[in-house]
Structure formats: structure tokens, C-alpha cells
Design a protein around this ligand. Structure first.
Ligand code: KIV
Length: 270
């Protein structure tokens, strides 16, 4: 049984996260709107406005068609709802293909939202882009391992770091991206051994999803962890609530009561 940890009371910054490395695991969830961001405020150190919203909230099969306009709108909403967590903007597919484009889009994020950092997917091939962004005042989280934006190119979602050769390649990606200026790294869908070795090799914090317990922090997609997203359930998702069942039960009761003219009774009428 885990102990009850205190709520987070101070604004989380890049510095806060750096200080947590090696001391206390970092918690992060996704959020897509003000209503839920408000509920998450003070409960976790970081919020990611993930392009996963294109699947869970827009109903698409993958994240690839998410746009800057869409992500900006959702990030503005999240920033309206939460003030304490460090809010991260997930750069959509095709918006950081070269350093000039990446910077122009990241500057737009900083101008139009209160997000404190951006996240980009990719390994050492993104070195120049990460360097350019960080040299121009953008806080960057890189995302290595299983990269959802590569799903069409790779023909599916595959667990990474299965051989020593793959682990060494991931370690090289991590080292290069840290050196280019990334302040944190998201490790997705990889063998626990790979994520633990990357975490030990880096001075910056790592946040894992489907990467085992050896990272500096964890992230989950909120609609997965509360049982709302039913299309598929990856092995790494632990459900902390059955949101879909709660909603269906409530709607069943509402329908029954309306049809029976039991709702609204005098308590709910003027
Ligand atoms: O878009 C997203 O929600 C993500 C998760 C994998 C963390 O990038």
C-alpha cells in the first residue's frame, strides 16, 4: 500500500523537475480541456497536451492529422484550467521537419498559449532542431522509443530496446538529444532495462510510458487511466477508475427517470 503524498502547492518549473531527478518520481498526465485540467491542478507536476487527443477526443485512428490550430486551442483551454503544473505542448506531426519551421511553430506556441515547454518525437536525427529551439529560448522535451507519429512509416506500434544493439542506439539518441539541450526526455514503449539504462546515463529527467519503473517519472493518457478510452488498452495502462461504466450507469438512470417522468421532481424545479 503506497503512502498518501501531499498535493503540489507551488508552480512547477523546469528547475523544479531537474531537482526531482534521482530524488522523487515525477507525475504527469495528459489533459485536453479546462474542466479536467482544473481537476488535475495540484495533483501532478506536469500536464501534457498530447496529440493523442486526435484519437481519444477527435476519434481518429492515429495522431498524424492533428494540427497546430487544434493543439493551440486545446492548450489554451488546459492553461485556463491549471496553473500549477508545468504544461507541455505536443508538437503535431509535420510541424518540426526543419529547424526554421520548428522554431516558427514553437514561437507561435509561446505567443498564443501559456505552455512552458514543447515536446517533439525523434532521436538523434532531430539534434539540429533541438539545438536551434533551445538556443532560441524554447524548453524542449524529446520523445524517443515508440514514437506514435511514426506509426504509418513503421506499419504499427512496436516495443523498442529488445536487443543490446537497440538499447545502444536508444542510448546514443538520448545522449545526443541531451547534449543538444533537451531538458527532459519522454521514453515510450520500451523494455524496462532500456529505459533504466537511459535514465541512469542522463543528467536530465526521463518520463516513462510503457517503459517500466526505472524512469524518473511516469506519464499516462488521462482518458486511458480513467477507463474512458475503450478502442484498445495497451498492457502498460493501469486503470485508476472505470469512467465509461460510471457514465453509462448515470445515463441509464437519467434515461429511466426522464422516461418515467421522475426527473425533474420538485427538488429540481422552480
Ligand atoms: O500524445 C500523447 O498523449 C503522448 C503520450 C504517449 C504521452 O505523447
Amino acid at each position: 500500500m503506497s503512502i498518501q503524498t501531499p498535493k503540489i502547492e507551488k508552480k512547477v518549473t523546469v528547475k523544479t523537475l531537474q531537482k526531482l531527478k534521482g530524488k522523487e518520481p515525477i507525475t504527469m498526465v495528459t489533459a485536453y480541456d479546462a474542466l479536467f485540467a482544473q481537476l488535475f491542478d495540484g495533483e501532478v507536476e506536469m500536464i501534457l497536451v498530447g496529440d493523442s487527443l486526435n484519437m481519444s477526443f477527435f476519434g481518429k485512428e492515429d495522431t498524424l492529422s492533428a494540427t497546430m490550430d487544434q493543439m493551440i486551442y486545446h492548450t489554451q483551454a488546459v492553461c485556463n484550467g491549471a496553473t500549477l503544473p508545468l504544461i507541455v505542448f505536443d508538437m503535431p506531426f509535420g510541424t518540426y521537419t526543419n529547424k526554421e519551421q520548428a522554431l516558427a511553430n514553437a514561437v507561435r506556441v509561446y505567443r498564443e498559449t501559456n505552455a512552458q515547454a514543447i515536446k517533439i518525437e525523434g532521436g538523434r536525427e532531430k539534434e539540429e532542431i533541438v539545438r536551434h529551439l533551445t538556443q532560441n529560448g524554447i524548453a524542449v522535451i524529446t520523445h524517443i522509443g515508440l514514437k506514435p507519429q511514426s506509426v504509418r512509416a513503421e506499419g504499427g506500434y512496436y516495443i523498442q530496446g529488445k536487443s543490446e544493439e537497440e538499447i545502444l542506439s536508444l542510448l546514443e539518441d538520448a545522449r545526443v538529444l541531451q547534449e543538444a539541450g533537451a531538458f527532459a526526455m519522454l521514453l515510450e514503449g520500451m523494455k524496462s532495462e532500456a529505459a533504466t539504462r537511459i535514465t541512469q546515463a542522463l543528467a536530465i529527467p526521463t518520463i516513462g510510458i510503457g517503459a517500466g519503473v526505472g524512469t524518473d517519472g511516469q506519464v499516462l493518457v488521462w482518458s486511458d487511466m480513467f477507463g474512458f478510452f475503450e478502442a484498445f488498452k495497451p498492457k502498460f495502462v493501469k486503470e485508476y477508475g472505470d469512467g465509461a461504466a460510471l457514465i453509462r450507469k448515470g445515463l441509464q438512470q437519467y434515461r429511466d427517470e426522464v422516461k418515467a417522468r421522475e426527473f425533474p421532481d420538485d427538488n429540481y424545479a422552480y
